[in-house]
Design a protein around this ligand. Sequence first.
Ligand code: APR
Length: 231
Amino acid sequence: MKKIVILTGAGISAESGLKTFRDSDGLWEGYNIEDVATPGALRRNPQLVQHFYNERRKSVLEAKPNAAHYALAALEEKYEVTIITQNIDDLHERGGSTNVIHLHGIITRSQSSINPGLTYPINGWELGMDEVCELGSPLRAHVVWFGEDVPMIETAAKICAKADIFILTGTSLAVYPAAGLINYVPNYVPKYIVDPNIPHVRQTNVIKVQEKASVGVPELVNQLLNLDATG
Ligand code: APR
């Protein structure tokens, strides 16, 4: 079975009603990254950090997968699919994808503030300020903050190096190390980019689809499902 690797960003969830970061009225227009998405922010103002992620978790729970999420899940009929997402929502899973790597964590789980390996499901949208892990330390959203390690990046790079087809959708490629993953995809591999505002890439063999995800991704998936995916 041919391997398809898909790198997604906030743009694939935009049509599900979730804000992106750098588009106009994006999340980083309303908040300073340093105030809500760094370890220092948690030390300085834990209430603001908890509130920021509780509000985003509420939006995620109210959101629904869109046609792009469902289309990527349909690829699993004929391909070995790995979704590598920068998103902390669970819309890929709710859209039916079964092999999703969350480079930046997932907002529906919490983690111990002293041991990131200890993670717990969050029931509902609110993580309380008084909730603690089994070691007694406060719980925080299971999200990778700026300045923190991205534990899955080596695994993701190895998967990109073995792709037969690569798809990039909904990401501005503004944040490393995620943005560097495209460099691991071999030159001869076709790289489809689906975005109304195609990010600049230096790679060869790039096919640009200047469309929003809910239109461009299903169209691309239909083409790929009609190809001979064996081999
Ligand atoms: N369909 C497809 N792409 C879209 C759509 C849409 N409907 N709407 C916007 N986009 C594209 C934008 O053109 C842009 O290329 O989605 C991308 C959004 O870029 P960002 O807001 O920078 O989001 P992302 O690339 O996911 O950010 C990466 O930055 O702040 C950190 O941790 C955060 O994971 C995030 C990382």
